[in-house]
Design a protein around this ligand. Sequence first.
Ligand code: PEP
Length: 245
Amino acid sequence: MAPRKLAAGNWKMNGDRAALAQIDALAAAQPAPGCDVLICPPATLIQPMAARAAGTSIAVGGQDCHASAAGAHTGDISAAMLREAGASHVILGHSERRADHGETDAGVAAKAAAAHAAGLIAIICLGETEAQRDAGETLAVIGAQLAGSLPPGAGAANTVIAYEPVWAIGTGRTPGIDQIAEVHRFLRAGLQGRVKDAADMALLYGGSVKPGNAAEIFAIADVDGALVGGASLKAEDFGGIIAAL
Ligand code: PEP
């Protein structure tokens, strides 16, 4: 079975209730069979977005969760809370969280385990910095992040991997086709032996995906969709990416 394709939008700390109108515009753009569409808005919009998306093919996700089920963690949100609000997925270990909040691979693995326990699909983000790529360390960095961030029990049904080179996020720069292909091939091989259904796990590329480059990126072997930041904020752009899946 091939992985399902996924176009996942990460709104980051953007959007308000008025922006939920995007759901109506996107609902018209039906994804092709075998393709899924997800939007991860700020936590305050998960419940109203899920309500607005009910009856459409658009799923809603969170951008982070705590590793604990409940407790004294001011400002945090649990996986079960996301689920109750209507989320089906949660993005974990995004490079902005790794940079802004000091998230580690072990912390990401613990969050992913919590997400799985709550019935959420974890989208685990990995990616090298520009300095690491320039130093020829890309595959070593990705390999270590994959080994450290995958919790026991991860499989194609509850986990998606997103390869997001840090230097390509929000910059308008993307790796070459060969560079994306090399990392995705490496990830697929790295999953073999680590999870039982490695061939079925969706591997997303993320970093400056736009309607104009999506088809070329989606044509790369082992690229099963995209995690999209900036271009997910406008229904027209995200719709163009969905159409390329
Ligand atoms: C992201 O932040 O996950 C991302 C891929 O951003 P952008 O598409 O804006 O590069």
